[in-house]
Design a protein around this ligand. Structure first.
Ligand SMILES: Cc1ncc(COP(=O)(O)O)c(C=O)c1O
Length: 289
Protein backbone atom coordinates (compact mmCIF):
# COMPACT_ATOMS: atom_id res chain seq x y z
CA UNK A 1 0.00 0.00 0.00
CA UNK A 2 1.43 3.38 -0.92
CA UNK A 3 0.55 6.79 -2.28
CA UNK A 4 -1.29 9.72 -0.74
CA UNK A 5 -2.79 8.96 2.63
CA UNK A 6 -6.32 9.75 1.43
CA UNK A 7 -6.07 7.55 -1.63
CA UNK A 8 -5.38 4.02 -0.50
CA UNK A 9 -7.14 0.69 -0.32
CA UNK A 10 -8.30 -0.56 3.05
CA UNK A 11 -10.70 0.21 5.88
CA UNK A 12 -10.78 2.91 8.51
CA UNK A 13 -12.80 2.68 11.72
CA UNK A 14 -14.96 5.80 12.12
CA UNK A 15 -17.46 6.32 14.93
CA UNK A 16 -18.12 2.61 15.34
CA UNK A 17 -18.13 1.56 11.66
CA UNK A 18 -15.46 0.23 9.35
CA UNK A 19 -15.66 2.41 6.26
CA UNK A 20 -13.82 2.35 2.94
CA UNK A 21 -10.46 4.15 3.27
CA UNK A 22 -11.32 6.80 0.68
CA UNK A 23 -14.71 7.49 2.34
CA UNK A 24 -13.25 8.32 5.78
CA UNK A 25 -13.88 12.06 5.41
CA UNK A 26 -15.06 15.01 7.53
CA UNK A 27 -16.90 18.24 6.70
CA UNK A 28 -14.90 21.40 6.03
CA UNK A 29 -16.63 23.10 8.99
CA UNK A 30 -15.28 20.51 11.41
CA UNK A 31 -14.33 22.44 14.57
CA UNK A 32 -10.95 20.68 14.83
CA UNK A 33 -9.90 21.95 11.40
CA UNK A 34 -10.25 25.55 12.55
CA UNK A 35 -9.40 25.45 16.25
CA UNK A 36 -7.18 22.35 16.74
CA UNK A 37 -9.75 20.57 18.93
CA UNK A 38 -8.17 17.21 18.19
CA UNK A 39 -6.10 14.62 20.05
CA UNK A 40 -4.42 11.51 18.73
CA UNK A 41 -2.25 8.49 19.43
CA UNK A 42 0.60 6.89 17.53
CA UNK A 43 1.06 3.20 18.28
CA UNK A 44 2.95 0.29 16.81
CA UNK A 45 1.70 -3.25 16.43
CA UNK A 46 4.41 -5.91 16.45
CA UNK A 47 3.54 -9.48 15.41
CA UNK A 48 -0.14 -8.90 16.07
CA UNK A 49 0.20 -7.12 19.43
CA UNK A 50 0.13 -3.35 19.94
CA UNK A 51 2.90 -2.40 22.36
CA UNK A 52 1.40 -0.85 25.53
CA UNK A 53 -1.95 -0.66 23.77
CA UNK A 54 -4.08 0.05 26.84
CA UNK A 55 -1.74 2.85 27.97
CA UNK A 56 -2.17 4.50 24.56
CA UNK A 57 -5.98 4.17 24.70
CA UNK A 58 -6.03 5.62 28.21
CA UNK A 59 -3.77 8.49 27.13
CA UNK A 60 -6.11 9.28 24.23
CA UNK A 61 -9.00 9.67 26.68
CA UNK A 62 -6.85 11.77 29.03
CA UNK A 63 -5.68 13.98 26.16
CA UNK A 64 -9.33 14.60 25.24
CA UNK A 65 -10.15 15.53 28.84
CA UNK A 66 -7.14 17.87 28.95
CA UNK A 67 -8.47 19.83 25.97
CA UNK A 68 -11.97 19.78 27.40
CA UNK A 69 -13.82 16.98 25.69
CA UNK A 70 -15.05 13.52 26.51
CA UNK A 71 -14.31 10.76 24.03
CA UNK A 72 -17.50 8.70 23.83
CA UNK A 73 -15.64 5.37 24.07
CA UNK A 74 -14.05 3.48 26.96
CA UNK A 75 -10.52 2.01 26.94
CA UNK A 76 -12.03 -1.43 26.18
CA UNK A 77 -14.03 -0.02 23.28
CA UNK A 78 -10.98 1.76 21.88
CA UNK A 79 -9.00 -1.47 22.21
CA UNK A 80 -11.69 -3.31 20.23
CA UNK A 81 -11.75 -0.57 17.57
CA UNK A 82 -7.97 -0.80 17.07
CA UNK A 83 -8.08 -4.59 16.78
CA UNK A 84 -11.00 -4.45 14.36
CA UNK A 85 -9.06 -1.98 12.17
CA UNK A 86 -5.94 -4.13 12.13
CA UNK A 87 -8.01 -7.24 11.31
CA UNK A 88 -9.96 -5.45 8.56
CA UNK A 89 -6.69 -4.44 6.92
CA UNK A 90 -5.03 -7.81 7.45
CA UNK A 91 -2.10 -6.19 9.30
CA UNK A 92 -0.06 -7.61 12.17
CA UNK A 93 2.94 -5.26 11.92
CA UNK A 94 1.71 -1.72 11.56
CA UNK A 95 1.53 1.80 12.83
CA UNK A 96 -1.85 2.56 14.40
CA UNK A 97 -3.30 6.07 14.47
CA UNK A 98 -6.29 6.74 16.71
CA UNK A 99 -7.69 10.27 16.55
CA UNK A 100 -10.58 12.04 18.29
CA UNK A 101 -11.91 15.46 17.45
CA UNK A 102 -14.70 18.00 17.78
CA UNK A 103 -16.77 17.76 14.65
CA UNK A 104 -19.11 20.10 12.84
CA UNK A 105 -22.18 21.10 14.80
CA UNK A 106 -24.10 24.05 16.12
CA UNK A 107 -20.95 25.91 17.20
CA UNK A 108 -18.61 27.46 14.69
CA UNK A 109 -16.85 29.96 16.97
CA UNK A 110 -14.08 29.21 19.43
CA UNK A 111 -16.50 27.43 21.78
CA UNK A 112 -17.45 23.95 20.68
CA UNK A 113 -19.34 22.37 23.57
CA UNK A 114 -22.38 21.71 21.37
CA UNK A 115 -20.41 19.88 18.69
CA UNK A 116 -20.14 16.09 18.80
CA UNK A 117 -16.82 14.35 19.50
CA UNK A 118 -15.80 11.80 16.88
CA UNK A 119 -13.18 9.11 16.82
CA UNK A 120 -11.39 7.21 14.08
CA UNK A 121 -8.66 4.57 13.83
CA UNK A 122 -6.44 3.96 10.81
CA UNK A 123 -3.43 1.69 10.44
CA UNK A 124 -0.74 1.19 7.84
CA UNK A 125 2.68 -0.34 7.36
CA UNK A 126 5.38 2.08 8.47
CA UNK A 127 9.11 1.35 8.60
CA UNK A 128 11.84 3.33 10.37
CA UNK A 129 10.67 6.86 11.18
CA UNK A 130 14.18 8.25 10.64
CA UNK A 131 15.18 6.01 7.71
CA UNK A 132 18.79 4.82 7.91
CA UNK A 133 19.51 7.02 10.98
CA UNK A 134 18.85 3.90 13.04
CA UNK A 135 22.28 2.69 11.93
CA UNK A 136 24.42 5.80 11.61
CA UNK A 137 22.71 8.32 13.91
CA UNK A 138 20.21 11.03 13.04
CA UNK A 139 21.29 14.58 12.30
CA UNK A 140 19.22 17.15 14.21
CA UNK A 141 18.79 20.86 13.73
CA UNK A 142 18.09 23.15 16.69
CA UNK A 143 14.58 24.58 16.45
CA UNK A 144 13.86 28.25 16.82
CA UNK A 145 10.46 27.44 18.35
CA UNK A 146 10.25 26.65 22.07
CA UNK A 147 8.08 24.12 23.86
CA UNK A 148 5.44 26.18 25.70
CA UNK A 149 4.96 26.40 29.43
CA UNK A 150 2.37 23.98 30.86
CA UNK A 151 0.52 27.15 31.82
CA UNK A 152 0.28 28.05 28.12
CA UNK A 153 -0.83 24.67 26.74
CA UNK A 154 -1.50 21.26 28.31
CA UNK A 155 1.88 19.66 27.59
CA UNK A 156 0.81 16.17 28.64
CA UNK A 157 -1.96 16.09 26.02
CA UNK A 158 -1.07 14.50 22.70
CA UNK A 159 -3.05 17.27 21.10
CA UNK A 160 -2.91 18.52 17.52
CA UNK A 161 -2.41 22.15 18.59
CA UNK A 162 0.96 21.33 20.14
CA UNK A 163 2.25 20.07 16.78
CA UNK A 164 2.01 23.35 14.91
CA UNK A 165 5.47 24.43 16.15
CA UNK A 166 6.73 20.86 15.71
CA UNK A 167 5.78 20.82 12.03
CA UNK A 168 7.39 24.22 11.39
CA UNK A 169 10.55 23.10 13.21
CA UNK A 170 10.73 19.87 11.27
CA UNK A 171 10.24 21.63 7.95
CA UNK A 172 13.10 24.03 8.79
CA UNK A 173 15.29 21.06 9.80
CA UNK A 174 14.56 19.11 6.63
CA UNK A 175 15.37 22.16 4.52
CA UNK A 176 18.86 22.04 6.10
CA UNK A 177 19.28 18.33 5.38
CA UNK A 178 18.50 17.24 8.96
CA UNK A 179 16.07 14.48 9.98
CA UNK A 180 14.51 16.41 12.83
CA UNK A 181 14.99 19.30 15.24
CA UNK A 182 15.76 19.39 18.93
CA UNK A 183 13.62 21.91 20.76
CA UNK A 184 14.32 23.93 23.89
CA UNK A 185 11.47 24.76 26.24
CA UNK A 186 10.12 28.17 27.25
CA UNK A 187 12.88 28.47 29.90
CA UNK A 188 15.62 27.64 27.41
CA UNK A 189 16.16 24.12 28.81
CA UNK A 190 16.74 21.14 26.50
CA UNK A 191 13.30 19.59 25.90
CA UNK A 192 12.82 16.99 23.14
CA UNK A 193 12.59 16.53 19.37
CA UNK A 194 9.45 17.34 17.36
CA UNK A 195 7.89 13.92 17.92
CA UNK A 196 10.25 12.05 20.24
CA UNK A 197 11.92 12.39 23.65
CA UNK A 198 15.68 12.73 24.08
CA UNK A 199 18.37 11.01 26.15
CA UNK A 200 22.10 11.67 26.59
CA UNK A 201 25.02 9.59 27.90
CA UNK A 202 28.04 10.85 29.80
CA UNK A 203 30.56 8.78 31.76
CA UNK A 204 28.29 5.70 31.60
CA UNK A 205 25.30 7.53 33.10
CA UNK A 206 22.14 8.64 31.34
CA UNK A 207 20.62 12.12 31.45
CA UNK A 208 17.19 13.07 30.19
CA UNK A 209 15.19 16.28 30.66
CA UNK A 210 12.40 16.42 33.24
CA UNK A 211 9.14 15.86 31.38
CA UNK A 212 7.48 18.95 32.82
CA UNK A 213 6.93 20.90 29.58
CA UNK A 214 6.53 18.13 27.01
CA UNK A 215 4.91 14.73 26.55
CA UNK A 216 6.28 12.14 28.97
CA UNK A 217 6.36 9.48 26.26
CA UNK A 218 5.38 5.88 26.85
CA UNK A 219 8.65 4.86 25.16
CA UNK A 220 10.60 7.30 27.37
CA UNK A 221 9.12 5.69 30.48
CA UNK A 222 9.78 2.20 29.09
CA UNK A 223 13.42 3.03 28.32
CA UNK A 224 13.99 4.56 31.78
CA UNK A 225 12.64 1.30 33.24
CA UNK A 226 14.95 -0.76 31.01
CA UNK A 227 17.98 1.32 32.01
CA UNK A 228 17.18 0.90 35.69
CA UNK A 229 16.88 -2.86 35.19
CA UNK A 230 20.31 -2.80 33.59
CA UNK A 231 21.54 -0.89 36.68
CA UNK A 232 22.42 2.18 34.62
CA UNK A 233 22.02 5.44 36.57
CA UNK A 234 19.39 7.71 35.03
CA UNK A 235 19.21 11.40 35.89
CA UNK A 236 15.88 13.08 35.05
CA UNK A 237 16.81 16.70 35.47
CA UNK A 238 17.12 20.16 33.96
CA UNK A 239 19.57 20.05 31.03
CA UNK A 240 21.08 23.34 29.93
CA UNK A 241 22.05 24.00 26.26
CA UNK A 242 25.73 24.45 27.17
CA UNK A 243 25.83 20.86 28.43
CA UNK A 244 25.31 19.47 24.91
CA UNK A 245 29.02 19.79 24.22
CA UNK A 246 29.95 17.39 27.03
CA UNK A 247 27.58 14.52 26.20
CA UNK A 248 29.08 11.49 24.44
CA UNK A 249 25.99 9.70 23.13
CA UNK A 250 22.42 10.68 22.38
CA UNK A 251 19.25 8.91 21.31
CA UNK A 252 15.59 9.66 20.71
CA UNK A 253 12.65 7.62 21.94
CA UNK A 254 9.10 7.44 20.68
CA UNK A 255 6.58 5.00 19.34
CA UNK A 256 7.40 5.96 15.75
CA UNK A 257 11.12 6.66 16.41
CA UNK A 258 11.52 3.60 18.69
CA UNK A 259 15.12 4.08 19.93
CA UNK A 260 16.98 6.09 17.27
CA UNK A 261 20.63 7.06 17.78
CA UNK A 262 21.54 10.71 17.21
CA UNK A 263 24.89 11.54 15.58
CA UNK A 264 24.65 15.33 15.52
CA UNK A 265 22.67 18.21 17.01
CA UNK A 266 23.58 21.53 15.42
CA UNK A 267 27.39 21.70 15.75
CA UNK A 268 27.63 19.01 18.45
CA UNK A 269 28.59 15.45 17.53
CA UNK A 270 27.79 12.21 19.32
CA UNK A 271 29.03 8.67 18.82
CA UNK A 272 26.59 5.83 18.26
CA UNK A 273 28.05 4.04 21.27
CA UNK A 274 27.61 0.71 23.03
CA UNK A 275 24.88 1.83 25.44
CA UNK A 276 22.84 3.41 22.62
CA UNK A 277 23.07 0.19 20.59
CA UNK A 278 22.27 -1.94 23.62
CA UNK A 279 19.14 0.06 24.48
CA UNK A 280 18.00 0.15 20.87
CA UNK A 281 18.38 -3.63 20.52
CA UNK A 282 16.81 -4.35 23.93
CA UNK A 283 13.83 -2.18 23.02
CA UNK A 284 13.38 -4.03 19.72
CA UNK A 285 13.32 -7.32 21.63
CA UNK A 286 10.96 -6.02 24.33
CA UNK A 287 8.28 -4.80 21.92
CA UNK A 288 8.17 -8.22 20.27
CA UNK A 289 7.79 -10.26 23.48
C1 LIG B 1 6.05 15.52 20.83
C2 LIG B 1 6.26 14.10 21.20
N1 LIG B 1 7.05 13.81 22.24
C3 LIG B 1 7.29 12.54 22.61
C4 LIG B 1 6.72 11.48 21.92
C5 LIG B 1 6.99 10.08 22.36
O1 LIG B 1 5.83 9.54 22.93
P1 LIG B 1 5.57 7.98 22.93
O2 LIG B 1 6.83 7.35 23.40
O3 LIG B 1 4.45 7.82 23.90
O4 LIG B 1 5.22 7.58 21.55
C6 LIG B 1 5.90 11.73 20.83
C7 LIG B 1 5.28 10.64 20.07
O5 LIG B 1 4.19 10.30 20.32
C8 LIG B 1 5.65 13.07 20.47
O6 LIG B 1 4.87 13.36 19.41
Amino acid sequence: MAGAYDDRDGKIWMDGQLVEWRDANVHILTHAMHYASSVFEGERCYSGKIFKSREHSARLITSGNLIDFEIPYSVDEIEAAKQATLDANGLTDAYVRAVAWRGAGEDMGVASAKNPVHMAVACWEWGNYYGDAKMKGAKLDIAKWKRPSPETAPSQAKAAGLYMIATMSKHAAEAKGCSDAMMFDYRGYVAEATGANIFFVKDGEVHTPDADAFLNGITRQTVIGMLKEKVVTVHERVIMPEELEGFEQCWLTGTAAEVTPVGQIGDYNFEVGALTRDISESYEKLVRV
